[in-house]
Design a protein around this ligand. Structure first.
Ligand code: ADP
Ligand code: MG
Length: 248
């Protein structure tokens, strides 16, 4: 995994983030602070604003109010494309190009956005495929892989951009149960390697055992946050206790 080690792990903070879609006040003053090299898991009911929070943090949506900082420096005045290069994102649906090979899918970003030559980008792709254990699949098309393998390719694609922070939005939700474990194991490896990560997940085992910090959202606000032991064994809010009783 040394290839992905973040020599320059950075912290990420979002402060008093607000966003409305029309009259729907979706983020209502969210604070999140992820120390360099740590993993924060975001849990909460469907519709509570978890995906929107990730999309605001990488400025796919501009916040109506609040600040976002990497390594203690506000990024709101930077070019959003620059920010998105620093933050790798993995979604529920992998969106790999079906007519390109696995290696070509991974090499695309480094070629187009990092300006690497075709050969250099291919080398990067092969190294990242080593990281996710799929080097042997470099020349096949994504359709020939299992969902879990495709998601590992999507993770390799994000890592090939040398991100400083990784976001995962329900990265295992679309996978057959037997394929979830391999993807979670890879995510756990990345956490252990010291990648700064924000992980939206329904996998309470991951939240509890892998993350350094858990943030529970409901109705666009952070209801409770703290180390996993605290939230999972000693939740102070009724809403979190209810949520956990439904998902555990
Ligand atoms: P979660 O990821 O926790 O399930 P979301 O962040 O997807 O929640 O959604 C939070 C709220 O924001 C929901 O009410 C949803 O309908 C609304 N929402 C999300 N994205 C958009 C959008 N692009 N346009 C309008 N409303 C949106
Ligand atoms: Mg979501």
């Amino acid at each position: 995994m040394s290839e992905t080690t973040t020599r320059d792990a950075v912290s990420l903070t979002g402060t008093d983030l607000h966003l409305s879609f029309g009259k729907n006040h979706v983020l209502r003053g969210v604070d999140i602070a992820v120390d360099a090299g740590t993993t924060t898991t975001v849990i909460g009911p469907s519709g509570s604003g978890k995906s929107t929070l990730l999309r605001v943090l990488n400025r796919l949506h501009e916040p109506d109010k609040g600040d976002i900082a990497l390594d203690g420096r506000s990024v709101l005045r930077d070019n959003p494309d620059e920010l998105r290069r620093r933050i790798g994102m993995v979604f529920q649906h992998f969106n790999l190009f079906p007519h390109k090979t696995v290696a070509q899918n991974i090499a695309l970003g480094p070629r187009k956005l990092r300006g690497l030559s075709k050969d250099e980008a291919h080398e990067v792709a092969l190294r990242q495929l080593d990281v996710v254990g799929l080097r042997a699949k470099a020349d096949v098309r994504p359709g020939n892989l299992s969902g879990g393998q495709q998601q590992r390719v999507a993770i390799a694609r994000a890592l090939a951009m040398s991100p400083q922070v990784m976001f995962f939005d329900e990265a295992t939700s679309a996978l057959d149960p037997e394929l979830v474990k391999g993807v979670l194991a890879l995510m756990a490896d990345l956490s252990a390697e010291g990648m700064t990560m924000v992980v939206v997940t329904h996998e309470m085992g991951y939240a509890r055992n892998v993350s350094d910090h858990v943030l529970f959202m409901d109705h666009g606000a952070v209801v409770e946050t703290g180390p996993p032991e605290q939230l999972f064994t000693d939740a102070s809010s009724e809403r979190l206790r209810n949520f956990l009783s439904q998902v555990l």
